[in-house]
Design a protein. Sequence first.
Lengths: 492, 76
Amino acid sequence: MEISRRQFIKSAAAQSAVTAAAVLFPGISFGAWKTLDSSSGSIEWKKTPCRFCGTGCGLLVGVSGDRAVAVKGDPNCTVNKGLCCVKGYHSVQILYGKDRVKEALVRKNGKLVEVPIQEALDLIAEKMKETIKSHGKDAVAIYGSGQWSIADGYAASKLFKGCIGTNNVEANARLCMASAVTGFLTSFGLDEPMGCYDDMDHADVFVTWGNNMAEMHPVLFSRMLANRKSKGHVKIIDFATRTTRTSQAADKSILFRPQTDLAVANAICYEIIRNKWVNWDFVTKHVSFHKGKTNIGYGTEDHFKFQDKAETVDFEQYKAFLEDYTPEKVEKMSGVSARDIKYLAALYGDPDKKVTSFWCMGMNQHTRGTWINNLVYNIHLLTGKISTPGNSPFSLTGQPSACGTVREVGTLTHKLPHGVVMNEGARGKHRSQAHLPYRRDVPGPGQRGYPFYVGAGDQPHGHDAQFDQVPGGRRKGRALHGGVRNISHPYL
Amino acid sequence: MPVFSYLAYPVPGSKEELLNDLTALDYCEATPADNQEILILVTDTPDENKEKELQKKLKKLKSLESLGMTFGHTDG
């Protein structure tokens, strides 16, 4: 079967519309829709993962000759079960985009010109050697992302931390998932997500916290809708600051004033305790109560130092703390009616209902992100609705390997594959894992966040190597991979 | 040569009329849902000018309540 490029694009366009419709209207059918007929056997379907986001969908790519001509969700993939979102449907089309960079580009006389990849790599190596010789090894850095594969991150960490001897390896996941990580660490002591996708097949109630899953995680949202459709009693509650397609598909939409979700979470816990819905079997075995630091400044305060300390408390002290968060008091702060707060609490508190909470960047890029993560965990811990099928507080991610490559491989200035750079044992383990015959690693973490960029020139671009000569600047050379920083971090 | 796809929402009760209106327009392929009041629309215009003309015609359709774009591609 011959398929022209035009036909393929139109087919992808129609598939995108059908997918969007299926998200909004589960069970919708388009009997008159003409699909591409692959029955001639001229298309060979190849398995591949979709690399566009953190969901982890499996795709089948139709290959005809030497060209990818079609794509569909892999029905055997346990993540997406044959579903696909518009990004997946574009994943083949993007291969043939006119603006796709296919060759190395080097700026010569002010213009980017194509050069063989070997020439570009030699240039980078030469510039790095010059920079290190002139300004020291901490004058070079590499910046990556959660789009890096684990192998990419391993190589970057080995090269910079193990071979060159600088910890200037950083990634955008520090900004993206920081609150999720600190939430995991402060609630559970370990940087690992709770829950798994199978929870979507078992839950009776889904609460989306500031999370427009219908558009941002459409494949997973479709699985929620499928669960609701098959069981009949399943409820989806959208708890958000604005009305979205998720709100439209939910059984109930509850809007709150920005920042007041923390108060609502506390009010839910207040109601759970007041109504004696605490799962004491679980709490006694698995939960300890602590009061965190509350005077945490405003984030960019100069020379900020914590004045208060985290301390262990008991259940009664926690209960007393929640007295400030009665549904009636929180209604005034949040705009969420006391009745709706009690409704949410009753869903979480019902021992016969399995509840999964979903969130993503609404909570993880919150100005009080660690706290709101902690508070939603509190709800699940009080009711024991955690780590059993259908019961999960579930932080979704946006990038394929923010956890794997960045946090576990350690492509952050302070991290190693196991532990932190300050720890000699962790550095020794990295040397061993990376088969480094010499010892060049250093204990001091590289600079993080804004200072990482100090010394940079303007107009950076993704997948670039840059060697700046900025008077007074600290960083002289930097390689960027897997991010388009002039778009994602324009002020840095 | 722009290609776009949309979810086309008819004015309540006007699904058939919208299907007829869209089918009558050049460069449009409309497919109605069997069980919902919605259509999918794929447009395939030869150039930017024709695309702009089509957009104007779509906006004038009385049977059309709204369009939600789901896909966009231009060769230019």
